[in-house]
Ligand binder design. Structure first.
Ligand code: ADP
Ligand code: MG
Length: 625
């Protein structure tokens, strides 16, 4: 007969740790949340070796009295809940009283703390759940917690740790979520003695977003807010020009806590319906404030998911707020000047420089227009009579000699030599589509400048070409019409064990992209077929790149995302690069193809492919109005 026995406290703690502490990033999250709950104004996070070696979080919060240190690391001990009812109106990030006990069970934890009114600090060390004695120590007011050798006594967990880089990636994400929620606090993050984030306290949330996620993104965000009784929603969403291939850039903060919520994510997608391509997700930074009793935060071990009393109302409120805002917003990516956005936190020097560039460029443009005949004339090499077998095939723009192609095909470019690039065939020039946009200046071998009906457009050649290829590839993949070229000598590629497994698990998906791989014994795979458009790149390199996309996207349950990521990778590789000098007819071809894509304004990474300067804006810059 099996005996029923109570579990030891140590085992209980290990089981709890299993739920709460999945990886070093979980430690960072719990310690930072404690610091926030302690009312800290400054929180410094130090990491060594992806957190496996050390996680240290230092705060200047309320501290813990010396005699309470053993309780802080005991399980089910908390200062944040007193009675059962408190559980239904939680106003702190923590409340279960199990994080420190769990962490201490599976690491060496050193806790030092001092309350503001005590003359000195005290410290307590716990190794594998065994606490030492509380001893006095020097310490500034506040708390410092050091966690070393995480998982040293739980080998299975330790085995599941990924590379330092991956673990640190998770740590940065955990750090960002908390730093995002508390712009009024100063945060720093260091990894292996390198400063990764230095975030001074700020009043403007956009500033914090910009430091965490990039200023370019932050500057184009659109403010949304709405108040419906005691539920308030406020924050930023991105211009549809900026989107992502997954929903990880949707930050939802509920009463200062980062949450995931399918229904709210759905409301976001719904608000952007028709503005984003399929497979693209909106970017959002949104805060929801509501009385704590309207939400149950005690439904998920790491409190990532919550239960709303009235989820439907929240859904409607979010959807309406964004739709309303979009109705009154010009969503085309325009170059803004400081005058347009007085409330934004532009760097004034940058704005001035941009303005000067614009003025300089426009002066040059005006001087050149007479010569270039902006209205409809084509470059001299644009041979309208030349045969053009597939005039509108966007894939023809790739700059690769395709072995086995009919010789006549290369005459479609009007016989221009292609010597200025290695091995690049000149793309097909579609004829019969004259128009202003088929002629353009090319500046710095990087940007194409074209006149439009109501202004001028500056196009990023790489981004546009990538977009065109991506669209065309996607269409072909969906039609099952991608061309794969059998390799005369199949290429063996040595991979790591899990890499080989990933490749073979996904060989059907890869085949749809024209990359044919087979097992070759051990951790070696054989590439036997290869997409014609990538003939210029080593199959092994391309496979490695696709593989890293597969690994990154491995956790994504939605198969389409990963296909999307692979398409991006191929399009990016095959596209012309910034710095490639294009022949005039290549420029024309690019500009013509621009009409063939669904969304010519953005490359698949969501960067704009084109900036539009309206004539009005130019007139204003030149003080004509
Ligand atoms: P919880 O946060 O759920 O209460 P923890 O195990 O994370 O549980 O922390 C236990 C207790 O230790 C907290 O309730 C709090 O009183 C104290 N504590 C932990 N970290 C800090 C800190 N950085 N500053 C002040 N007190 C802290
Ligand atoms: Mg806690």
């Amino acid at each position: 007969m099996p005996l029923i026995r109570p579990l030891s406290q140590s085992l209980i703690n290990k089981i709890a740790a299993g739920e709460v502490i999945e990886r070093p990033a979980s430690v960072v999250k719990e310690l930072m949340e404690n610091a926030v709950d302690a009312g800290a104004g400054r929180i410094d996070v130090t990491i060594r070796a992806g957190g496996g070696e050390l996680v240290r979080v230092v705060d200047d919060g309320c501290g813990i009295p010396a005699e309470q240190l053993p309780l802080a690391v005991a399980s089910h001990a908390t200062s944040k809940l007193a009675e059962a009812d408190d559980l239904f109106r939680v106003t702190t990030l923590g409340f279960r009283g199990e994080a420190l006990a769990s962490i201490a069970e599976i690491s060496r934890l050193v806790l030092r703390s001092r309350t503001p009114d005590s003359p000195s600090g005290a410290e307590l060390e716990v190794v594998g759940g065994k606490p030492g004695e509380v001893a006095p120590c020097g310490s500034p007011p506040g708390t410092s917690i050091e966690v070393q050798n995480l998982f040293f006594n739980t080998p299975v967990r330790r085995k599941f740790l990924r590379t330092t880089q991956t673990e640190f990636g998770h740590i940065s994400e955990a750090f960002a979520r908390i730093a995002l929620a508390c712009p009024e606090k100063h945060f720093t993050l260091r990894h292996n003695d390198r400063s990764v984030f230095e975030l001074p306290a700020c009043d403007d949330w956009r500033d914090r977003i910009g430091r965490l996620f990039g200023r370019e993104l932050a500057e184009q965000l659109i403010w949304v807010e709405s108040g419906d009784g005691d539920v308030r929603l406020s924050g930023y969403v991105a211009n549809p020009a900026q989107s992502r291939g997954n929903n990880r850039m949707q930050y939802l903060l509920l009463n200062g806590r980062h949450i995931r919520d399918r229904s709210l994510q759905h409301a976001l997608s719904e608000a952007y319906r028709g503005l984003l391509m399929t497979g693209r997700y909106p970017i959002a930074f949104l805060r929801f404030e509501m009385p704590p009793e309207m939400v149950d935060v005690n439904v998920h071990p790491t409190k990532l998911e919550v239960r709303f009393q009235d989820g439907g109302r929240l859904y409607g409120q979010l959807l309406a707020a964004i739709r309303q805002r979009f109705l009154t917003t010009d969503l085309t990516a325009q170059v803004r000047t400081a005058d347009d956005t007085p409330e934004s936190s532009h760097d004034p020097a940058q704005t001035a420089a941009m303005r000067q560039e614009l003025v300089d460029w426009a002066k040059g443009q005006v001087a050149g227009w007479g010569r270039n005949g902006a209205a409809g004339s084509s470059p001299p090499s644009f041979d309208e009579a030349s045969p053009c077998p597939q005039p509108h095939d966007p894939l023809q723009l790739n700059r690769i000699d395709r072995p086995g192609e009919a010789p006549g095909q290369s005459s479609g470019n009007g016989g221009q030599p292609s010597g200025h690039r290695d091995g690049g065939a000149i793309p097909q020039v579609p004829n019969g589509l004259p128009g202003r946009s088929s002629s353009a200046l090319q500046v710095h071998n990087r940007y194409l400048v074209a006149e439009t009906d109501d202004g001028v457009t500056i196009i990023d050649q790489h981004a546009l070409h990538e977009r065109i290829l991506y669209e065309a590839l996607r269409r072909r993949v969906l039609d099952g019409a991608i061309e794969s070229q059998s390799l005369l000598v199949p290429e063996p590629v040595d991979l790591g064990p899990s890499e080989a497994a990933t490749v073979l698990e996904n060989c059907e998906l890869l085949a749809r992209l024209g990359v044919v791989v087979e097992p070759f014994g051990g951790d070696t795979v054989l590439i036997s077929g290869y997409p014609a458009m990538l003939a210029n790149f080593r199959p092994a390199d391309v496979l490695q790149e696709l593989l890293s996309r597969l690994i990154e996207g491995g956790k994504q349950p939605d198969g389409r995302d990963i296909l999307d990521a692979l398409l991006h990778t191929i399009a990016c590789k095959a596209a012309v690069k910034a710095g490639d000098r294009l022949a005039p007819e290549e420029i024309s071809a690019l500009l013509e193809q621009r009409h063939l894509v669904d969304d010519a304004h953005h490359c698949p990474h969501g960067r704009p492919t084109a900036l539009v300067f309206t004539r009005e804006e130019l007139d204003r810059q030149f003080r004509r109005v």
